[in-house]
Design a protein around this ligand. Sequence first.
Ligand code: HMG
Length: 409
Amino acid sequence: MNSRFGIEGIAVSIPSHYIDLKTLAEARGIDPAKYYVGLGGRRMAVVTPEEDPVTLAAEAARKVLGGYQVTPDDIGMLIVGSESGVDAAKPIAAYVHGLLGLNPQCRTFDTQHACYGATAALRLAADWCAQGNGRRRKALVIATDIARYEVGSAGEPTQGAGAVAMLVSTEPGVVAFDAYPDAVFTEDVMDFWRPHYRSTALVDGKYSIECYLRALEHTYEAYERSSGVRWEDFTHLLFHVPFPKMAYKAFRRLYEREAARRNGDFPPLDAEYERLTGPALWANVEVGNIYSGSLYLSLAALLERQDAAVAGGRIGLFSYGSGSCAEFFSGSVGPDASVWRGRIGVAEALAHRTEVGYETYLALRRAGEAMSKNGSFRAPGPEANGHVRFLGIHDDRRVYDRPGRRAMV
Ligand code: HMG
């Protein structure tokens, strides 16, 4: 049974630069096939010092508000799901609230649980709408992250960055959530973490894959039990995508369970994968892991490229955040593709990226680190590039420049 609450609009923001994984592999003396085929990625987003989790979030939000003609006064709740917080106290959401000029009468906060943070936000926002607490105002949920591992580590080729902004309301023209009981699974594990004193994540890579798959099995079983929805009811199955091959491993785990149940009387694995999951991954292959937004980047990409073909279908979504918390839920895509057509912006953002070489990638990393230090602020040139920019830290305060409003220090 689908409900009348869920996603009304969705838009994506992607960093302006990328590195080809072949370039990274060659610099590491590794066969590029390991990254292209073994991990399933092709390119990964690289941020400039002017891009941070706040600017990515604000850009995605500007797109979704503009695309759906939503005014700042229409937003009654703003939640940012992220594990890339820029301050231990002030949430990313507060910066975004200011940059967007939202109404002060708006509940504003961040949610954090590794890659699950945005799903927690989305479910909370949907409940808020369902209970009528918004009094017809909408919630704005933004997933924003920069995935960063040590240079030379096994996780490095899975890095990425980006943000996905979603309008949540009682007019869910994009995806109406199915109103089933929570299919969640929590386990206190050390599979992936980032201590406060580090700018890069630590990970027990192979173990993290085991934890992810275990959580998938638990949540999918709980979902099936409570919903009665079966394999054949899904038109698409989307997963958290730390690297594209992980979505394949996840799909295979569910497929094998299903095939065993039917004593092998089932279409071949790869054909089912290409039907149900493959079509959603084309942007993850280009961008890399964007942590809290990875699942929603798949959703955005599926809607954008499949367009009318996905209208009216049922999508299963699996969200996993290390540490860990996971959830399997589902929703029905709206019947009218014109509701999202031309408003998501994945292909457009990818088309405007600039490729960097290995040395530039390293230099941008170093410059980004330097920007996280007090005193890094430099007055902007006279030309803003039409986007929200991070200008550095002055007097322990982060300074942003948005089009139409010059930075104040
Ligand atoms: P690794 O050491 O590169 O692993 O680490 P590998 O040597 O096993 O190689 C990976 C795959 O490449 C293997 O395929 C190899 O066979 C293949 P598989 O057995 O998996 O199918 N391979 C090749 N293929 C073609 N040609 C070749 C070749 N050589 C090898 N020449 C690992 C891989 C994913 C562990 C590493 O990248 C890592 O640590 N990544 C970060 C952690 C991660 O992504 N974990 C996923 C689950 S946890 C999660 O999703 C949460 C997360 O998003 C964080 C959050 O919640 O906030 C990470």
